[in-house]
Design a protein around this ligand. Structure first.
Ligand SMILES: [Mg+2]
Length: 223
């Protein structure tokens, strides 16, 4: 990336714009288990194994449920995202200012539903900062890390991957972005040892240090 050429930043939403330690995603995780048990009628002791199998074979639990149980994705997404946000999240005015000041256009790139993304952004006070939200509905329920949706997103924003940054709390989601030439930032507040990152990848353990990292990336780049 040339120092003058940062054009866009893709932000993951869950466990990135709010910390994993908030417990919000654990609540969603419990609702996914409940959906399998109560709605699909999977025996409780089978739920974990089945979720792991669907994740490995289909990318998400949802895609496994669509393939094997003809689940209505809208019903599933409404069920698993029915979370009392106020129990877990705290609006973060400092984060809002920080994101607003970052260079380039900002987008959300999330495996969650449109309504969940909007509710979380509204609650955190971040709704006005993003040019668009690319969620699981937009991609017809195909999730990250499916390379095809990264290409579709870049096409839609007219983005040159060499001029973009992607930040996510899952390395597996960053790998396709790196393979297309984006600079990737792995976010983990509990980061201790350097993880195995994609080529040219960086890591971050505090979101409030993102402006500093972005500045470093731009300064380091050849003009
Ligand atoms: Mg995430």
């Amino acid at each position: 990336m040339k120092s003058t050429e940062l054009e866009f930043i893709l932000f993951d939403l869950d466990n990135t714009l709010y910390p994993r330690t908030s417990g919000l995603f654990d609540h969603i995780d419990r609702l996914i288990n409940r959906y399998l048990e109560k709605v699909i009628k999977i025996p409780a002791k089978e739920v974990d194994r089945l979720r792991r199998a669907y994740l490995a074979a289909h990318g998400t639990t949802l895609n496994g449920l669509i393939a094997h149980h003809a689940v209505d994705p809208y019903h599933y997404l409404d069920f698993v995202h029915d979370v009392p946000l106020a129990d877990y999240l705290v609006p973060d005015a400092e984060l809002a200012q920080l994101i607003a000041r970052l260079p380039g256009k900002k987008y959300i790139f999330s495996n969650a539903s449109s309504s969940h993304c909007q509710r979380v952004l509204d609650y955190l006070g971040l709704s006005n900062l993003f040019s668009a939200v690319y969620d699981i509905n937009y991609f017809n329920f195909r999730p990250k890390p499916d390379l095809a949706i990264y290409r579709e997103l870049l096409d839609d924003i007219g983005g040159d991957p060499a001029k973009g940054i992607m930040i996510d709390d899952l390395i597996v989601n960053l790998e396709p972005a790196a393979s297309l030439g984006m600079t990737t930032v792995f976010y983990d507040p509990a980061l201790k040892n350097p993880p195995l990152l994609p080529p040219q990848g960086r890591s971050l353990n505090c979101l409030h240090r993102l402006p500093q990292l972005v500045t470093e990336l731009r300064l380091r780049a050849p003009n």
